[in-house]
Design a protein around this ligand. Structure first.
Ligand code: SIN
Length: 275
């Protein structure tokens, strides 16, 4: 197994492993903790194989707004067709932080990819936390963020996801009922590192403050944590499986491939209460 870092802050490519045949799982787990985003190249994974790989990281989690694949309720397809303009996941976020116990990891497997474009950006929110001043760390450490599934910043989930015709989206009208409070800076249970845990997609305000009062600090953190030096970029090819750590990263699916199809399979695992 060869591990090649993708950027200074986070991310690595893994070559020379066939996950169906077995792997150095301890080595992969160590790399996951060290790099937070692993793009494992040249796999040939059927849905059952993705479930098996996911089980190495945690129990599967249910995604409330997209129907799973036939026989695989936890695994769903993320699809953008040539005629679609909107994509899924095209804004900075950590996955489903509006749940009380969000998933520790997401697995995304590329089935069909555009000839170019359709990359996913990642940001290391632990590095972003480390770069704050002591005063700002102290402020953030004391605050709780309120997270909603409603995608308020983008005009609402129904309006946004209604434009994604190729996916089996449902129940978006109930998105405003998914609300969770989590620390603005959480501590990674395995590495002990603190990481910012707020995103423009899901964090609407700070507990005990109005949205207007919260906005200046939140907007600062949203911009700070995606500074180029905290990021990496995964370029996809069919057969790439990327696994990322939602506890210390955010991601953004770049929507720059209109006229081409992109089809991925996505699984989240390891429900965990952010502390
Ligand atoms: C997601 O946000 O889960 C999807 C990311 C992607 O399609 O690159």
């Amino acid at each position: 197994m060869e591990i090649c870092p993708l950027a200074g802050a986070l991310g690595a490519e893994i070559h020379g492993v066939d996950l169906r045949k077995g792997a150095d799982w301890n080595g992969i787990h160590q790399a996951f903790l060290q790099y937070a985003v692993l793009a494992i190249r040249d796999q040939q994974l059927e849905p059952a194989d993705i479930m098996k790989v996911g089980a190495r990281f945690g129990e599967p989690c249910h995604y409330p707004f997209v129907t799973g694949m036939e026989g695989f309720p936890y695994l769903f397809e993320v699809v953008k067709e040539p005629e679609d303009k909107k994509n899924f996941g095209g804004a900075w976020h950590s996955d489903t932080t509006y749940l009380r116990q969000p998933p520790l990891a997401t697995l995304l497997y590329a089935v069909e990819t555009p000839s170019h474009g359709g990359d996913t950006l990642f940001a290391n929110t632990a590095a972003a936390y480390d770069a704050l001043s002591d005063g700002m760390k102290k402020t953030v450490d004391a605050l709780i963020g309120v997270n909603s599934a409603e995608l308020k910043y983008a005009g609402g989930r129904t309006a946004q996801h209604g434009k994604i015709k190729a996916m089996k989206i449902h129940d978006t009208e109930s998105a405003d009922q998914y609300l969770s409070e989590h620390p603005l800076a959480r501590t990674h249970p395995e590495t002990g590192r603190k990481a910012l845990y707020a995103s423009r997609s899901h964090t609407t305000h700070i507990k005990g403050m109005t949205e207007e009062e919260s906005a200046p600090l939140l907007n600062y953190l949203f911009q700070h944590q995606i500074r180029p030096e905290f990021t990496c970029r995964v370029r996809w090819a069919p057969g790439t499986l990327t696994v990322w750590d939602n506890r210390c990263t955010q991601h953004n699916a770049v929507n720059d491939y209109h006229g081409q199809r992109r089809r991925m399979r996505r699984l989240t695992v390891g429900a965990q209460t952010p502390q």
